[in-house]
Design a protein around this ligand. Structure first.
Ligand SMILES: [Zn+2]
Ligand SMILES: [Zn+2]
Length: 110
């Protein structure tokens, strides 16, 4: 990951796309066949905060900087890892931490 890409992940455009994608996904992993969903607030209180992350995955970088909502997919950590050909890891990436922060905000506002 380059520094410029990290800068991009902090941009207003990406924040907008990410929040729209997370809102559209309504707390669920969008990988068909996966039933992962964000925990309820009550469940979060009992089991903070493990297993409670959704990532916003780029299906294409063709429009990086001006993505359409359909260019991204909301995935749970496991499906996201699989999408990149990685083994599932419980180690959160910086990217995931940023997304988790937005999800936490959406949860609070819901
Ligand atoms: Zn991804
Ligand atoms: Zn999933």
């Amino acid at each position: 990951m380059t520094a410029s890409y990290e800068d991009y992940l902090r941009s207003d455009h990406w924040r907008h796309v990410r929040e729209a994608a997370l809102a559209r996904a309504m707390g669920r992993c969008q990988n068909s066949g996966c039933h992962y969903r964000l925990l309820s607030r009550e469940e979060l209180a009992a089991y903070p905060p493990r297993g409670y992350t959704l990532d916003v995955h780029h299906m294409t970088y063709d429009r990086l900087g001006h993505e359409r909502l359909d260019d991204v997919l909301v995935l749970c950590r496991r499906c996201h890892g699989a999408a990149h050909g990685l083994e599932f890891s419980e180690e959160p990436s910086p990217f995931s931490e940023v997304v988790a922060g937005v999800v936490r905000k959406l949860e609070v506002e819901a």
